[in-house]
Design a protein around this ligand. Structure first.
Ligand code: NAD
Length: 309
């Protein structure tokens, strides 16, 4: 089988590309290395080092026909979407349109997209969201991701291109970029605890905020399975564990695991940041039956990986 994985130099995309290559498939990667790293790209991929929202980049694919396009790459920070909304729109939405048009042109029939929990936004005191809930994006990032979902729906209706929109909750684990201090709660805190150049651990926002933390291996497995299992066809799905973990719990677990004595300093939150959200993952559990990794297990594996590297 031949696959295109966008964002294959990033955290999630590189893990997906790796898994597909290990199965013996042919894998193309497009990535402009904006947040990804060359060293993450698995060997033996066809690598296009360009911006996937540009026509010239899509042309470099030379009409290669893919069995599935995994559009995983993107700008994944709410904060950056406020700093540069146009860049965010191109990267997260225009790219989706262009790749869907590429599907029509070349006869690719499956499109899997990395969407986000952020599409739900904040809704009074509601904490847990299911796919039936209305979306209320609070950042340009979330608007762009939601728009991509809508494009996919229309391409399915008009051109028969099957899609899966995976609304990832907070993904963490080995391979995450600890140098990116704008995205990834677990990695941001872990970096500050481990790096001696940080005297203290700075937390932007309240300690009672909470997230649904899902382990990278589970995300990779679900994402690939979603392209192969008909039960995922044309679905929008929450990809979370259905459990909430507070910032305080994350910090305590990391601190205990590392036996750190560093102080924690709390500052103002970032614009558009959600207070707390976790997944109703009943739809996922009804079609995917493998057990999901607990945060305690996942964090241990991540810390081992950080120490080894
Ligand atoms: N990590 C999470 O917790 C999480 C949660 C919800 C959604 N997501 C979504 O999952 C996807 C992958 O996230 P990640 O954590 O692996 O992020 P990442 O930053 O590690 O990976 C994204 C990759 O996309 C590349 N990229 C960005 N803009 C590009 C462009 N215009 N052209 C070509 N390449 C470009 C980057 O260089 C990077 O390698 C993103 O779309 C993100 O929005 C992630």
């Amino acid at each position: 089988m031949r696959y295109l994985v966008t964002g294959g130099a990033g955290f999630i995309g590189s893990a997906i590309a790796n898994r597909l290559l290990n199965e013996g498939n042919e894998v193309y990667v497009i990535d402009n290395l904006q947040t990804g790293h060359l060293s993450n790209i698995p060997k033996n991929t066809v690598f296009i080092n360009e911006d996937f929202s540009k026509n010239e980049t899509i042309e470099k694919l030379q009409n290669a026909k893919f069995d599935v396009i995994f559009h995983i790459g993107g700008q994944s920070s709410g904060e950056i979407s406020f700093e540069d909304p146009e860049y965010d729109l191109n990267t997260n939405t225009l790219s989706t349109l262009k790749l869907l048009q590429y599907c029509v042109k070349t006869g690719c029939k499956k499109f899997v997209y990395a969407s986000t929990m952020s599409v739900y936004g904040e809704q009074s005191n509601k904490e847990q969201f299911s796919e039936d809930d209305v979306e209320n994006p609070k950042s340009f990032y979330a608007v762009g991701k939601l728009a991509s979902e809508k494009y996919m729906k229309i391409f399915a209706q008009q051109y028969d291109i099957e899609y899966v929109a995976l609304r990832y909750f907070n993904v963490y684990g080995p391979g995450q970029n600890l140098e990116n201090l704008k995205q990834g709660m677990v990695s941001i805190y872990l970096k500050q605890f481990l790096d001696d150049s940080f005297e203290k651990v700075l937390v932007k926002g309240d300690l009672n905020r909470f997230r649904d933390l899902i382990y990278i291996d589970d995300v990779v497995d679900i994402t690939i399975e979603s392209s192969r299992n008909d039960k995922f066809k044309n679905k929008i799905l929450n990809i979370g564990t259905g459990k909430k973990t507070t910032v305080k719990q994350i910090l305590t677990l990391i601190k205990d695991n590392l036996q750190s004595t560093k102080d924690i300093v709390i500052s103002k939150g970032t614009p558009g940041d959600q207070f707390g959200i976790y997944a109703n993952n009943q739809l996922l559990l009804s079609i995917y039956d493998k057990p999901l990794t607990s945060f305690e297990q996942g964090l241990k594996k991540m810390i081992e990986w950080v120490k080894e590297n």
